[in-house]
Write a protein that binds this ligand. Structure first.
Ligand code: SF4
Length: 246
């Protein structure tokens, strides 16, 4: 962005609004800092944003709807919207992978087997000549045996999605609190939040990540192609063992 707009990247201040308190720590990771500049300068959780809106007396409901700024990534697809629910990242990836592997533009793109609130969701999908085994887990307790299987070389899965929070980011640690009365009433607030995302996805004109014209342009003009050297350098990350917190 800085190169294309001939800006000094030091003059760009990036604020991420996130459902997740962990992002405040992640922005400090060495992999997220290049030439002594952080990719993200500040992280606000959605709960903090809500508090700020109230603190400044903004009557949010009466604000006029506006378009997103389009000179960067204003365009988004339904695939991006559903990332917030457990299974959403998997479904978004499948929508693209199946099109690419079968060389088609499929209309049937809802993968209900990876949706819902179950801790572990598994499916076997026929993709062209391939049988693809996928698993979606949320919470570390459920993810651990899947990771042990990978370590032991016995995993049957080709693709696994793991979310830290039960239900995914819709229930992230930075999201607005759900009143104990509502929680105890048995109301499925996670299901309601997930439904809001799937409803929005269904109403979107583009529902597959690879149909996002701004992302296509980004690859054409900057990242070259998926898995290129520059894409790897900027979009992929690595992990190392951390010190234990006491
Ligand atoms: S699932 Fe939870 S821990 Fe993971 S990114 Fe979303 S909010 Fe953060």
């Amino acid at each position: 962005y800085a190169k294309q707009h001939q800006l000094d990247p030091k003059n760009i201040y990036v604020v991420s609004i996130m459902p997740c308190v962990a992002k405040k720590g992640e922005k400090e990771r060495s992999q997220m800092i290049k030439d002594e500049m952080k990719d993200v300068d500040a992280v606000l959780t959605t709960r903090e944003l809500g508090k700020l809106i109230k603190m400044f007396g903004v009557n949010f409901v009466d604000l006029k709807d506006e378009e997103f700024d389009q000179d960067m990534f204003g365009e988004y697809t339904g695939a991006g919207v559903i990332f917030g629910a457990s299974g959403g990242v998997m479904e978004a990836a499948l929508r693209t992978v199946v099109d690419v592997l079968t060389n088609q533009d499929l209309d049937n793109i809802e993968y209900h087997s990876v949706r819902g609130q179950r801790g572990l969701k598994e499916a076997t999908l026929q993709v062209g000549d391939l049988k693809v085994n996928v698993a979606v887990a949320h919470s570390m307790t459920i993810a651990k045996p899947l990771l042990e299987e990978i370590k032991a070389g016995t995993s049957k899965y080709h693709f696994i999605e793991i979310m830290g929070c039960p239900g995914g980011c819709i229930n992230g640690g930075g999201q607005s609190y759900v009143n104990a009365l509502i929680r105890n009433s048995g109301f499925d607030f996670k299901g309601a939040r997930a439904k809001a995302l799937y409803d929005e996805d269904r109403a979107m004109p583009a529902r597959k990540s690879h149909k996002n014209t701004q992302i296509q342009k980004l690859y054409d003009e900057f990242l070259e192609h998926p898995n290129s050297h520059v894409a790897h350098e900027l979009l992929h990350t690595t992990y190392h063992k951390q010190k234990k917190f006491k």
